[in-house]
Design a protein around this ligand. Structure first.
Ligand code: FAD
Length: 368
């Protein structure tokens, strides 16, 4: 029987695995996708590293990310933020200069993309402890252990563990995993109420031969605020030296509209960028990732657009369940910076602490 099984190989699950490894504990990590990283996804186009998931961290307010980047020996660089910021609030007009100040508040990116974080952590784990393409479908409490059922290929694998950590967004667990005995009603309600941050978003990265907008005094930052907007926010996504030129943007359409306009979307994105940055912007190559179509990220509830960033102030998911054999991890359960990469690390840290200090006092300190 395994001591600890972690389910979910996103940043939170990986950081937790790394933390247990450092404490000399044994574990196995099961991941549904055939890759690690979860919402972290860097696509490589030649020498360009395109972050189609998270790109930024803020070392000024995110100490765990700063420490992790340093500990893994990764190189970070400031998000390009110099130049004019544009705003377009009427589709019939030209964009106006909204500001000449930076808007990214000290955000940093990783050389080689955010996937370097995943690669750095994964390379420190024993290969045999990581199982890809194992989708958790059921968690069953037995007298002295927990039984996990995974769908893998055409078969079902059963695994027994003394303790289980589910580093998977709570909404996905509530929707897709069977718990036996069923989790209590109030807990399920809280899991449903915990929005998976950014899960319903789609991001586009457009590569160019040169960062022509910089030469024109533009930052690459732009906001489009009218009803026909295709991209609601655009930013510079070049590499550290500005040789691999790229713009990034968040697509303004809802998941449903993105599905209906799928074929026409690249042309509409190109036309939006041209209106903002001029004719050269129609020479780009687009890379789009629609996270709402990812079954291991976006639950049915997450597809419904929400106007505000949630508070994530519910501590009930931070304690242990089933006589300290079942724990929830994942950024959405964090007590600090929930939803962000920093929150994924904070949640991993919390679970390492709970697993290694399984006293009632330790449990209580996180449940308040
Ligand atoms: C477009 C986008 C942009 C973002 N930008 C930023 C940013 O700039 N800065 C920032 O701090 N944050 C950003 N975020 C949020 C950031 O990506 C998350 O906070 C972080 O990646 C969460 O890590 P996690 O491990 O908690 O969850 P996830 O990365 O979601 O990991 C969960 C893992 O569980 C796996 N899984 C799911 N279901 C099952 C199952 N049934 N069985 C087994 N495994 C399963 C998934 O495949 C996944 O690997 C962004 C997110 C998106 C989508």
């Amino acid at each position: 029987m395994l001591d600890t099984v972690i389910v979910g190989g996103g940043l939170s699950g990986l950081a937790l695995a790394h933390g247990l490894q450092q404490q000399g504990r044994t574990f196995a990590l099961y991941e549904a996708r055939d890759r690690l990283g979860g919402r972290i996804l860097t696509q490589y186009d030649g020498d360009a590293a395109l972050d189609l998931g998270p790109a930024w961290f803020w070392p000024g307010t995110q100490p765990r990310m700063a420490r992790m980047v340093a500990a893994l020996g990764l190189a970070a660089f400031p998000q390009h933020d110099q130049g004019q910021v544009l705003r377009l609030h009427d589709p019939e007009k030209v964009p106006e200069v909204y500001s000449t100040d930076g808007i990214h508040h000290g955000a940093q990116r990783l050389v080689g993309g955010m996937a370097r974080l995943v690669q750095g952590l994964a390379s420190r784990l024993p290969g045999h402890a990581v199982k890809l393409a194992h989708e958790l479908i059921a968690v069953v409490k037995q007298r002295n252990h927990v039984e996990l059922h995974f769908r893998s290929g055409d078969g079902i694998t059963q695994v027994m563990a003394r303790r289980v950590v589910l580093a998977v967004p709570p909404r996905l667990l509530e929707e897709a995993v069977r718990f036996d005995p069923p989790l209590e009603g109030m807990l399920c309600q809280r899991m449903r109420a915990t929005q998976t941050w950014m899960a319903n978003q789609a991001k586009v990265l457009v590569t160019f031969l040169s960062p022509f907008w910089r030469a024109a005094g533009l930052a690459g930052n732009a906001f489009v605020e009218h009803e026909q907007a295709m991209l609601y926010e655009v930013f510079d996504a070049c590499d550290v030296v500005g040789e691999q030129a790229a713009l990034g943007g968040f697509i303004a359409l809802t998941p449903e509209l993105r599905t209906s306009f799928q074929t026409g979307m690249p042309l509409l994105i190109e036309s939006q960028l041209t209106q903002l940055f001029g004719g050269e912007a129609d020479q780009g190559v687009q890379h789009i990732r629609d996270w709402a179509n990812e079954r291991y990220t976006c639950s049915t509830l997450d597809r419904v657009p929400s106007a505000m960033r949630p508070l994530y102030d519910d501590a009930s998911l931070r304690r242990s369940f089933w006589d300290a054999t079942l724990y929830f991890g994942g950024s959405e359960t964090a007590g600090y910076a929930a939803g962000y990469l920093e929150g994924a690390l904070e949640a991993g840290e919390r679970v390492v602490y709970l697993l290694t200090h399984s006293s009632g006092q330790a449990q209580a300190s996180f449940a308040n």
